[in-house]
Ligand binder design. Structure first.
Ligand code: SF4
Length: 253
């Protein structure tokens, strides 16, 4: 199943209730404060389709100049994340530009117990090793420092006020969001399984086509590993960012 422009338009038009329910679920989590070290923003978080659609709507509603900057970073992220540690495209300086609407993964970071966080880290390590093996089958060896990278447990996040939050609360919120996102039908699973819950993949493949996006990524990763050159990527980014501008403007109308 491919997320064409029309599919995304229909999903956005038909998911207003679900996106509201998402905000209500977020609102049940306590406010937090932290030292804004932004270590947790070293990756674009995995997300449900519902959260991805919410981000797409935010991009549609942004002023074009800011959206253009974000699109550029999302495109870079899509092409180079197997070979470089890139910060989350939504991070500008020390600030998250979608902070009020940030994903569950961002909200829950620092609130999980250390034990549960380590389980999640191990799960994510396995997923990365699997991805590394898939690339290896295609003759590409990904850098170990990228494959082995993970975000450390953070002890600096504190809950505002006298509120207790534990793994159960966070798991309940995660299950609730998953259940709401499942209301979007088979697209929910398609985003998870076919697009690896990756918003950057969803956007780039929408404007380039699924196969072309994958082929180009393979080529760019290969070039990067062979000679570190990014001239071709620079041209592709210019092309894709223009197409993404059109994509967002089209969704607006
Ligand atoms: S969405 Fe915002 S809070 Fe979440 S990782 Fe990205 S920059 Fe950080």
């Amino acid at each position: 199943m491919t997320f064409s422009r029309e599919v995304i338009r229909e999903l956005l038009a038909g998911s207003a209730g679900q996106r509201l329910a998402l905000q209500e679920t977020y609102a049940q989590l306590p406010s937090t404060r932290c030292r804004r070290r932004t270590h947790c923003c070293s990756l674009l978080p995995e997300m449900s389709l519902l959260e991805a659609l919410t981000a797409v709507q935010l991009l549609v509603d942004m002023v074009p100049r800011q959206r253009h900057r974000l699109s550029r970073r999302l495109i870079h992220y899509f092409f180079l994340n197997p070979v470089e540690i890139l910060m989350c495209p939504f991070l500008e300086g020390q600030e998250c530009v979608i902070y009020q609407n940030r994903f569950l993964g961002c909200r829950a970071y620092g609130l999980w117990s250390k034990g549960y966080y380590q389980q999640q880290t191990e799960h994510s390590r396995k997923a990365k090793r699997f991805s590394q093996e898939q690339w290896q089958k295609l003759g590409v060896s990904l850098p170990q420092e990228v494959v082995g990278f993970h975000v450390d447990y953070c002890p600096y996040v504190a809950v505002e006020g006298d509120v207790q939050v534990g793994d159960e609360n966070l798991l309940r919120a995660s299950d609730t969001i998953e259940a709401i996102s499942e209301q979007l039908g088979p697209w929910h699973d398609s985003f998870r399984q076919g697009y690896f819950s990756d918003l950057s993949f969803l956007l780039v493949s929408n404007v380039l086509g699924l196969q072309e996006a994958i082929q180009l990524k393979f080529e760019i990763v290969g070039n990067f590993l062979a000679n570190g050159k990014q001239e071709r990527l620079a041209k592709i980014v210019e092309d894709v960012v223009d197409k993404l501008d059109d994509f967002f403007e089209d969704l607006k109308s």
